[in-house]
Design a protein around this ligand. Sequence first.
Ligand SMILES: *Cc1c(COP(=O)(O)O)cnc(C)c1O
Length: 428
Amino acid sequence: MEKGTSMLSREQAQQQDIKDEMHHYREEFYLQPGVTYLDGNSLGLMSKRAEIKVSELMESWKTYGIEGWTKGKYPWFFISEKLGEMCAPLVGASSEEVIVSGSTTSNIHQLVSTFYKPKGKRTKILADELTFPSDIYALQSQIKLRGYDPEEHLVRVKSRDGKLIMEEDIIAAMTDDIALIILPTVLYRSGQLLDIKRLTSEAHIRGICIGFDACHSIGAIPHYFSEWDVDFALWCNYKYLNGGPGSVGGLYVNKKHFGIHPGLAGWYSSKKDKQFDMEHTLVVEESAGAFQVGTPHVLSLAPIIGSLEMFAEVGIDKIRQKSLHITKYMTDLIEQELEGMGFSIGNPSEDNRRGGHICLEHDEAVRICKALVENRIIPDNRPPNIIRLAPVAFYTSYEEVWDTIQVIKKIITEKQYEKFDKKRNVVS
Ligand SMILES: *Cc1c(COP(=O)(O)O)cnc(C)c1O
């Protein structure tokens, strides 16, 4: 806690909730009575508006049959573009630079197969050693498909402390054998936010194409992909964006690349007015829409429409403001209440270097998480020693944060964690 600040209390948390302009959005979500949900960084909660949009799209199928492709409130033929338009303000891009299609991993395949152009000496891909495994598996397989050995052609920037990746180290690794860079915006374990603008400009100075995986920042942090001149980006919509389990992902492609042929083409890569000409020569759409492959997953797009309406109402800047405030509040509480109990905070403390979750470290993280669940608090555990806690701007209250830290304190002082085994669960 900062020197000079007075002790935090439960009453003060309640006051903070009264002051919070976003507090009433809790009513929009299905919060379970007695449960504090702090895992919105893995799977966001269901909103009433998401549910309504699912019913509306079911209804359009019921009513229109095949005609639903062009009729109704959300004609299915244009639904991915419509969602791209709704998503564009969240990533700082124009509508035609964004499409909601595919999944994170399939979009990595799509964009890497498009933008990885090994030539002469430039044959390698640069990533980092802390990123999510699926991203690495996709890159390894893309490298193999070009006939290269991933051991040699996938360069992973090392972390100095196992938590953070230093921008200086990434820049130093931008050597003249690198063809493509792909990095997370926010690291999924430590919650570190990378300097996207700086990395993009350094990559371009060296003539390297750069893309970002924004899974852990979309819906939590504003982005300015167009202004920063990022080449491409991709993300999932089921974390902070509350699009539902397995909801369709999204991608951004800078308009300077429009017209490029997608690495993985399909009939939805076509110019829309030519798609039904049924020619065997593909005329590629000149927008991010070109990176679609097949028919949109209409029912898995539906909840995202409802959710994005709320993001448009509040605006991402206000969401970020609350997120920074409530995560800082949690950090202050951890420092005030859990001192000397073996905890440390793994995320950077500077606002411009941290994402939407707190990375709380403890040697007994696995068992503490099990005890939290027994106390009806839902965290997530990243072995060996991380407890991720995400107070989400839309639906977490300050009072819940206060209560959570009190419960953690009790779990330690009463040694509640000792009755659980140390094996992590299948899904954690
Ligand atoms: C959540 C997440 C994924 C998941 O990919 P899916 O294709 O949606 O299963 C991949 N990469 C990162 C960095 C993630 O945070």
